[in-house]
Design a protein around this ligand. Structure first.
Ligand code: HEM
Ligand SMILES: *[C@@H]1O[C@H](CO)[C@@H](O)[C@H](O)[C@H]1NC(C)=O
Ligand SMILES: *[C@@H]1O[C@H](CO)[C@@H](O)[C@H](O)[C@H]1NC(C)=O
Length: 329
């Protein structure tokens, strides 16, 4: 009697342990590690860096690559689903608003071909985006950090409605931003640091029009002369092409620094979702801290990028290492 109950409790303990291990591994990219390709593709980081440095440098494509990582991770985890072209059976995440000017695909393709020559069928496209976006930040003068690796690529892109629902909108308020990031395990501090990516790159008129004309539901203080200068670039109605693009940060538009936060304090945030971070909403102290302490911003940004890079694809999603980033094998 004694013995059998002991066996039962051992079995129960073993089962519990097994469940804990399974739950742990299924819950997130916990298995990611910086040395993942040490044996199978030891030059991976060097190859990514050389394409990024030679083809992109600190140019317009660098912010585009950084933005790709954000979009990839927010929709079904960091699984390179953002790179998939539409097929007759599957919609593409590229085709969903606010996708506009989600470029950078060509650079990723180029890096992937270079990697296929050196170590065929080894490095996932999801890892390529993660490394390339870190390099983009560094090339723009920002911090650097170790990127945990070992992601796999998903075989399917998310549906249009799903993509739309999971990407924050340029007119979201602070509550909404905190909620959307929170659903992915990113807290208000991560959200505030990650938004600092808007210290580089540009936005199209359609995304800041509501703010500079005061016509959107969300309304935040805006510096009048800043609003006037943006209205010059962005007519009140109608479609416009590249001419309607404005830099997020006017002072150092292509430098990855902490000027973004000082812009917010001056009420010169370009999107409503930028200005939402400053003006009495609860993360003002962080904005002020990042605005004065660039190193603290760099550290928190790097930490939050690693955290965002850990967002796992949904359980049961079929995964692989894609040979070409724009289509499943
Ligand atoms: C907080 C919620 C966010 C919203 C609502 C948002 C929205 C936008 C919008 C509307 C644009 C302009 C797109 C265009 O008109 O071409 C943009 C650009 C950009 N976003 Fe975000 N974004 C957010 C967070 C992030 C995060 C977390 C990152 C990266 C860590 C990021 C990186 C970028 C970059 C680098 C650009 C410039 C792209 C370029 O110049 O090509 N954004 N974002
Ligand atoms: C973004 O989405 C819009 C609307 O669905 C589409 O017309 C446009 O071609 C897409 N842009 C890109 C760059 O994929
Ligand atoms: C923020 O936006 C959400 C969603 O649009 C809305 O339900 C909520 O009332 C807004 N909150 C504030 C404080 O404006």
């Amino acid at each position: 009697m004694m013995v059998s109950s002991r066996i039962t409790s051992w079995a129960a303990l073993a089962l519990l342990f097994f469940i804990a291990v399974v739950a742990h591994t299924a819950n997130g990219h916990d298995h990611l590690s910086a040395g993942y390709y040490a044996k199978t593709c030891p030059n991976v980081e060097r190859i990514v860096w050389s394409v990024m440095a030679n083809r992109v440098g600190g140019g317009r494509m660098a912010p585009a690559v950084l933005r790709l990582f954000f979009h990839d991770c927010f929709v079904n985890g960091c699984d390179a689903s953002v790179l998939l072209d539409a097929t007759p059976f599957s919609e593409s995440e590229k085709d969903v608003e606010p996708n506009t000017s989600l470029t950078g695909f060509t650079v990723i393709d180029e890096i992937k071909s270079a990697l296929e020559r050196d170590c065929p069928a080894t490095v996932s496209c999801a890892d390529v985006i993660a490394i390339a976006s870190r390099d983009a930040v560094t090339l723009l003068g920002g911090p650097t950090w170790n990127v945990p690796l070992g992601r796999k690529d998903s075989r399917f892109a998310a549906r249009r409605e799903f993509t739309r629902a999971h990407l924050p909108s340029p007119n979201d308020n602070l509550t909404e931003l905190i909620r959307m990031f929170g659903e992915l395990g990113l807290d208000a501090r991560d959200m505030t640091a990650l938004s600092g990516a808007h210290t580089v790159g540009m936005a199209n008129c359609m995304h800041y029009r509501g703010r500079v004309y005061g016509t959107s539901n969300t309304k935040y203080n805006i510096d009048p002369s800043f609003a006037e200068s943006r209205r010059q670039l962005c007519p009140p109605q109608g479609p416009i092409g590249d001419a309607g693009k404005a830099p997020f940060d006017v002072t150092t538009p292509m430098k990855f620094d902490n000027a973004y936060y000082r812009d917010l304090i001056a009420h010169q945030g370009l999107l409503n979702s930028d200005q939402a971070l400053y003006g009495g909403g609860g993360v003002d102290n962080l904005v002020e801290m990042y605005g004065t302490d660039g190193d603290a911003f760099g550290r928190d940004f790097a930490k939050a990028m690693v955290k965002m890079g850990n967002i796992p694809p949904p359980k049961g999603m079929p995964m692989e290492v894609r040979l070409q980033c724009s289509k499943a094998n």
